[in-house]
Design a protein around this ligand. Structure first.
Ligand code: IPD
Length: 264
């Protein structure tokens, strides 16, 4: 794939942060772990990865705005463009030595995601997308969502809210409605990879309530550019703003979304 200069900058930043994270992986006793809230951890590894990404991206595009999980929001001189970054999506997996976590970088232009990178350093999988140019894995494989049409043959991913989050009861209701009519639900602990796996046709769909924009911004473009659909849990909402998202292949999106959206 011939990426734009911005996409190449994002890939470079993700690789650099990935190298730093791999060095820290399974070195938990040196990671100065603290909690941001119940079940919500941050460590030296997340902070260092975000520092590296910010230095690369803001060094390359000093006028763009910034939204990062660990460093918050900065308004740029160019109000139309903003980086949305999760330096380590799947922090809890990382801290438990589970090799399922990713760097997620999105570029937003006038409120729309136009470039996306989700990098899984442990498996060396680089998922990228640009608006109108498709989604790709490791530069060579064009990504396509799955073609499954039957709910009972399909698997879905989600995040089950932790630490007493208010979205738990609604998620448990979703599970009660969905599980009897599908082949399984996975909860692997990285929303960015959940969406990348929908784009790659590994999962047939994903939904989550109570999720942050930095966890899903890049992944939503991957799904759309791989031919899938992305929408809000409550119709009319912006999934990134409201933190509630549904994604799926084009065949199953509607029946799947109807289950998640149904109120009974
Ligand atoms: C978490 C992961 C997880 C999701 C949580 C997120 P973090 O992100 O994406 O899959 O279920 O809601 O907070 O904290 O590891 O960046």
């Amino acid at each position: 794939m011939q990426g734009s200069a911005n996409l190449n900058l994002m890939i470079k930043a993700a690789r650099k942060a990935g190298r730093s994270l791999v060095k820290d992986f399974r070195e938990v006793e040196n990671l100065q772990v603290s909690t941001k809230g119940p079940g919500d951890f941050v460590s030296k590894a997340d902070r260092e990865a975000e520092r590296i990404i910010k230095e690369e991206l803001m060094g390359g595009r000093p006028t763009y705005g910034w939204l990062g999980e660990e460093t918050g929001e900065d308004e740029g001189a160019d109000p139309t463009r903003r980086w949305i970054v999760d330096p380590l999506d799947g922090t809890t997996n990382f801290l438990h030595g589970l090799p399922h976590w990713a760097v997620s970088i999105a570029l937003e232009h006038k409120g729309e995601i136009i470039s996306a990178v989700v990098f899984d350093p442990a498996k060396d999988e680089m998922f990228v997308a640009e608006k109108g140019a498709g989604a790709w894995l490791n530069d060579t494989r064009r990504l396509r969502v799955s073609g499954r049409r039957v709910m009972i043959e399909s698997i879905f991913a989600t995040g089950v809210p932790f630490g007493g989050r208010g979205t738990l009861p609604a998620t448990l209701k979703d599970l009660a409605r969905l599980m009897p009519v599908c082949a399984g639900v996975r909860r692997w602990g990285s929303a960015a990879l959940d969406l990348a796996y929908v784009a790659a046709g590994r999962y047939d769909g994903y939904w989550e309530r109570g999720i942050n924009a930095w966890d899903i911004a890049a992944g939503t473009l991957l799904v759309k550019e791989a031919g899938g659909f992305v929408g809000p849990v409550r119709e009319g909402d912006d999934p990134l703003e409201k933190g509630a998202v549904i994604a799926g292949n084009s065949e199953l999106f509607t029946p799947f979304a109807n289950i998640i959206r149904s109120r009974d």
